[in-house]
Ligand binder design. Structure first.
Ligand code: 1PZ
Length: 215
């Protein structure tokens, strides 16, 4: 079933995709990782037009990865582990400064990977928040603790403005389409550790290969 279909959109299904992308031997399926991101973009777009400048960048990065997956070397892009190995062994990554491979799979995934950390922190804040919790503050705190460190001033400024117009907690929970507040909290309790696991595996892989600062 299409987890991101318009009529039955539920954030639960999107977050489940991150469970599916992990195999037993801790390989991360790129196809499912990308599918998870597609769902997140859909969710973000349903929050309002102000977020399109954010989702546009995510969409273009998703597209780069999809093109690799569907390209002639697609078999090397089945998991993020095989992608890293293939691109490094074949000199397809600009490691210290931008050059002939400005849009490698490795550097593109790194951008989404950093954003996944923001998502993990934000959803955890949302999970433990009280009824009067402010989504804009949770979002900004999560951002300042993670993704913002990789963004120049102008992006941080724009992101800060977008956070201010985030819908409040009740609307946010409603758009998730998961059910009662208790259900949302329960769902987040399962989703956050899952996202955190995918994040950790990717992070370890990038550390081992010295890829955390790819330009
Ligand atoms: C639900 C509210 C959404 C808040 C999202 C918080 C993240 C704010 C990020 C602002 C990104 C602005 C657009 C462009 C950024 C790019 O410069 C960077 C670096 O890429 P490069 O220039 O090196 O190619 N792109 C990113 O950091 C990836 C950002 C992806 C944002 C995904 C948000 C996830 C939304 C999930 C919704 C629940």
């Amino acid at each position: 079933a299409d987890s991101t279909g318009p009529e039955k959109f539920s954030l639960q299904e999107v977050l489940d995709t991150f469970r599916v992308c992990l195999s037993e031997d801790e390989h991360v399926s790129l196809e499912h990782y990308v599918a998870g991101w597609r769902g997140l973009v859909k969710f973000m777009n349903s929050l309002g037009n102000v977020f399109t400048f954010i989702s546009k960048d995510a969409v273009s990065k998703i597209q780069i990865l999809v093109n690799f997956l569907n390209g002639e070397n697609g078999s090397h892009y089945v998991t993020i582990q095989s992608m890293v190995k293939y691109e490094l062994e074949n000199g397809l990554v600009d490691v210290s400064k931008r050059g002939t491979h400005p849009e490698s799979g490795c550097r593109t995934l790194l951008r989404l990977h950093r954003a996944l950390r923001w998502l993990e922190l934000f959803l955890e804040r949302l999970r433990i928040s009280k009824e009067d919790g402010k989504t804009s503050v949770m979002c900004a705190d999560a951002y300042n603790e993670s993704l913002s460190q990789h963004h120049p001033w102008v992006i941080r400024k724009a992101a800060g403005m977008a956070f201010c117009v985030l819908p409040g907690r009740p609307t946010f929970f409603e758009v998730m389409n998961v059910g009662s507040t208790e259900k949302v909290v329960e769902m987040l309790g399962e989703a956050v550790p899952m996202i955190s696991k995918v994040y950790k595996i990717t992070e370890d892989l990038y550390v081992q290969n010295n890829l955390l600062e790819l330009p």
